[in-house]
Design a protein around this ligand. Structure first.
Ligand code: FES
Ligand SMILES: [Fe+2]
Length: 442
């Protein structure tokens, strides 16, 4: 439970807020590359409560400008992308990707006024299907060495989705291992569902063993939890003992607003970028160490769940997420279809735009959430250095696993599985020996 003041401090990320200052020290996904078609690569966005326009210039560089023109607030979302920059539709002031004013065509000939004008701008980089921006002060740091930045395009898939709730409850949902046994439960292993990509499809093939993970999730409702604080956040082990095996899931909280989870043999990175304090973009990055991902097939499945270009879920609060009482009796625990993303969206939007944490009663299963909040609070208080601050080091120990191991052997089994995957990837390499030792000790 938090006081109302603590809750405010943790959840608000607009300009001038303490948590907003922390968020601004990390590269934020601004948009998917697919949102910038060649015929007009311009897109307005809202992020951390700021309105921006992102565009790709003639030389392929991305720029993020404040959305309202420095002259008299013309809306650059309707700007003309030409002559090496973005031109305001009101009086034609032309801005470069870095915010410099390149032309003021309505001013008297010979005027040098433009040299004193600077449109607020943030640096951007494109990496593996996503345009990232840096909104902090000073020099932008390098991108950290995460596997998903290096994965070949053939082995990754990116998408995004609108969630109308505060970013923190979205993150907390991802690092809550117990809800898989309830919210995402399928009542019938054989049910076909509605054809969307749900947990069920992944979990049926989650491991090389013939044990049905769907069954274990359903039959072991109270996982044992172990958590370990790391240099990037919190590593979470969820352990379900069933007959002669242990089902182990390794999930990570990545400071400040990301979860790294296993979906079968895939890793799924879910970054919850605040749009403002009552909505967030969930950026999904899937990657597979061992084999290519069929991006077209996955995208086709995603389009059954989401409308593009808005990336808005077709099941949403207006239509009560398509809740169907018959399905809740016989098909799924939640009754809102078979896509686990919709289960999560239904829950986190239903918690209220900003969950009131002064009314919660935390339990054993919330261990990781408590650890994540503690880390955020210590960072806010200045008691710890910001994790990964300005650091380009490799984070090869940021690993996720979904594995069934012989009972009593899970500690070695999950690491062996991770090492085997990386070794076979051809691009990810091994894990530094010192970090491997840290993994074994955790
Ligand atoms: S408002 Fe943009 S050029 Fe005048
Ligand atoms: Fe979930």
């Amino acid at each position: 439970m938090l006081s109302a003041e603590q809750n405010e401090r943790l959840t608000r990320t607009g300009p001038g807020t303490p948590m907003g200052a922390i968020m601004r020290r990390y590269w934020q996904p601004f948009a998917l590359v697919e949102e910038f078609p060649d015929d007009r690569p311009v897109r307005e966005i809202r992020v951390l409560g700021e309105d921006l326009v992102i565009f790709r210039d003639d030389e392929g560089r991305y720029g993020a400008l404040a959305r309202r023109c420095a002259h008299r607030a013309g809306d650059l979302a309707f700007g003309r992308r030409e002559d090496g920059g973005l031109r305001c539709p009101y009086h034609g002031w032309l801005y470069g990707h870095d915010g410099r004013c390149l032309e003021q065509p309505a001013e008297p000939a010979g005027s040098t006024y433009r040299e004193r004008i600077r449109q607020p701008a943030y640096p951007c980089v494109e990496r593996n299907g996503i345009v990232y921006g840096y909104m902090g002060e000073g020099e932008a740091p390098p991108l950290p060495g995460f596997d998903w930045y290096d994965a070949p395009a053939s082995h990754r898939f990116v998408f995004k989705a609108l969630q109308r709730a505060n970013w923190l409850q979205a993150v907390e949902g991802e690092i809550d291992p117990a809800h898989l046994s309830y919210l995402h439960r399928y009542l019938d292993d054989e049910a076909e569902g509605d054809g969307t990509y749900g947990f069920k499809q992944f979990l049926a093939a989650a491991d090389d063993s013939d044990v049905s993970v769907t069954t274990i999730l359903r039959e072991v409702p109270n996982p044992r939890l172990e958590i370990a604080r790391t240099d990037f956040g919190v590593r979470i082990f969820a352990l379900r003992d069933w007959r002669d095996v242990t089902y182990v899931r390794v999930t990570n909280y990545l400071f400040p607003h990301t979860a790294v989870v296993a979906i079968g043999d895939w890793t799924l990175v879910q970054i919850h970028v605040p749009i403002d304090d009552v909505s967030n973009w969930r950026y999904d990055i899937f990657y597979d160490f061992r084999q290519p991902i069929d991006g077209e097939a996955l995208r086709a499945e995603k389009l059954k769940t989401y409308e593009v270009p808005g990336y808005v879920p077709r099941r949403n609060m207006e239509n009560r997420y398509g809740f169907y009482a018959d399905e809740q009796r016989t098909g799924t625990y939640a009754g809102v279809g078979y896509d686990f993303n919709i289960h999560d969206t239904m829950i986190l939007e239903g918690q209220g735009a900003i969950q009131d944490r002064s009314r919660e009663n935390l339990a054993y299963t919330d261990k990781a959430i408590v650890a994540a909040r503690k880390m955020l609070t210590e960072a806010l208080d200045g008691d710890i250095p910001l994790p990964m601050d300005g650091c380009a080091a490799r984070y090869d120990h940021l690993v996720s696993i979904d594995a069934v191991a012989p009972a009593g052997e899970w500690r070695d089994a999950w690491i062996a599985k991770q090492l085997d995957r990386r070794a076979r990837s051809g691009w990810a390499g091994g894990i530094a020996p010192a970090r491997l030792e840290a993994l074994r000790a955790s």
